[in-house]
Design a protein around this ligand. Structure first.
Ligand code: PLP
Length: 449
């Protein structure tokens, strides 16, 4: 902060100074999300065509709010939305819109679901004017953006029902059915079920088939959050093993995560036609246009008015690589993750507490020296291992040679190795593994000499 803070400049500075300060003071203090040794969170990786298109987008500075404000931007958005749905294995009729991230997509889907389910006019009367007993169901593994959406929509976290997950961290359909039935009997109105394909901690996939059956039976909106995993069905290694994303009423997939498109850009689909517009369409005189049967205004499908031209970068990326090129790159990440799992599984000091088809590998260092130490109670052992794994992560990240993130699951603190950057190769994963082993042994010697 100190080295960047300076008084408001009265006169403009030289471009060369701007560039130098950016290079010397800003870039060294940024996490390099595009780096091949970035293994944190989920990939959010910009490919070269995506970067070029993003630059061009800024230069054109198009506002894609109404069809008439930039017909080609809206037309391209419609085309790209159709392609992205096909890439996610979810073709068919739906209202789509590109939004700034999956968090907002979840919010918009739940807003539409709320208004469809409430049984009174939420737009006019507000939640306080209605029954106020609306409920959303999701698993205990759902992304925090679901919580935020429920808060923002005024539903209240008390009305977000967290369905327990099974031993592989998937939502339990039996518990979902019981919760909905119980709430119905108690006078609540179920608004939506949010199922996740590719959970944030361990990349588990909720069983969409049974969940969708329950939703159909109870007439409840099913929103599928496939922000991370939505495109991995393209990977030949995973064909046939993944969930069918087409069963929900709404779906979000996130090109900014795993489709090599630079921030920001997520795709939201809603198969209940006009439900998004019923919630978000509001046209003051100055925004009137005369859309015909073939055109519509994207501002009607989200809370945003001014909208950047996100379709261009997606169009460039998809056309540059083609479906096959994207599939090959996603498959490569899946293969690298499989290799890492194999190496780690054959090492006596490392555990893979949970498995996932996706290229997210959760590792826990559980060295024999600690596991077989008779002087430790179970609780002390778990706590020692948690500390050990946390210090491995901190040390490795501080080294600047790779970046990982973590989660805490039932088995304890785990290191998440998320593979999927476009430039990540076998050497990068091998180097990470060597670094993990060396760092782990160093910390073991310190805490358990
Ligand atoms: C990343 C992620 C989100 C949030 O996405 P943003 O685009 O960062 O808002 C929501 N849900 C899941 C399952 C995710 O993986």
């Amino acid at each position: 902060m100190e080295s960047l803070d300076s008084p408001l400049p009265e006169a403009g500075v030289e471009f060369s100074a701007l560039l130098r300060d950016t290079r010397e003071k800003v870039i060294p203090r940024l996490l390099q999300w595009n780096h091949p040794s970035f293994f944190g969170y989920f990939p959010t990786c910009a490919s070269f065509p995506g970067v070029l298109a993003e630059t061009l987008t800024a230069a054109l500075n198009v506002n894609a709010m109404l069809w008439k404000t930039s017909p080609a931007a809206s037309a391209l958005e419609a085309v790209v939305l159709r392609w992205i749905a096909q890439l996610a294995g979810c073709p068919g009729e739906a209202d789509g819109v590109l939004v700034t991230g999956a968090s907002l997509a979840n919010l918009y889907a739940l807003a539409a679901a709320r208004d469809a389910a409430a049984g009174f006019d939420v737009r006019e009367r507000g939640l306080a004017g209605g029954a106020g007993r609306l409920r959303v169901y999701t698993s205990d593994q759902a992304h925090s953006s679901v919580d935020k959406a429920v808060i923002t929509l005024g539903l209240g976290l008390d009305n977000l029902v967290r369905i327990p997950s099974d031993d592989q961290y998937r939502m339990r359909p039996d518990a979902l059915e019981a919760a909905i039935t119980h709430d119905r009997d108690a006078g609540f109105t179920p608004v939506a079920v949010v199922a996740t394909v590719g959970t944030t901690s361990v990349a588990a996939a909720d069983p969409l088939g049974p969940i969708s059956d329950i939703c159909t039976r109870h007439g409840v909106w099913l929103h599928v959050d496939a922000a991370y995993a939505g495109f991995y069905g393209l990977s030949p290694r995973l064909s046939g093993v993944l969930e069918d994303l087409s069963v929900g009423d709404s779906l979000v997939v996130n090109p900014q995560k795993t489709l090599f498109v630079p921030l920001e850009g997520a795709a939201l689909y809603c198969r209940r036609r006009d439900a998004l517009a019923n919630t978000f369409r509001l046209v003051p005189e100055y925004l009137t246009s005369d859309p015909d049967d073939l055109t519509f205004d994207f501002m009607d499908r989200s809370a945003q008015l001014g909208r950047s031209f996100k379709a261009l970068k997606m169009w460039w990326v998809i056309r540059t690589f083609g479906r096959a090129g994207l599939a090959a790159r996603l498959d490569h990440a899946v293969a690298l993750a499989e290799d890492l799992r194999t190496i780690a599984a054959s090492h006596p000091d490392w555990e893979l507490p949970v498995s996932s088809p996706y290229p997210l590998v959760c590792l826990r260092y559980q060295p024999r020296a600690v596991m077989s130490d008779p002087g430790l109670t179970d609780e002390a052992r778990r706590s020692l291992l948690d500390t050990l794994n946390a210090s491995i992560l901190a040390d490795l990240n501080a080294s600047g040679r790779a970046f990982l993130s973590h989660s805490v699951i039932r088995e304890g603190y785990v290191l998440r190795v998320s593979i999927g950057n476009i430039r990540t190769g076998a050497d990068d994963v091998r180097r990470l593994w060597d670094l993990l082993c060396v760092t782990a042994e160093k910390h073991l010697a310190e805490v358990h000499p």
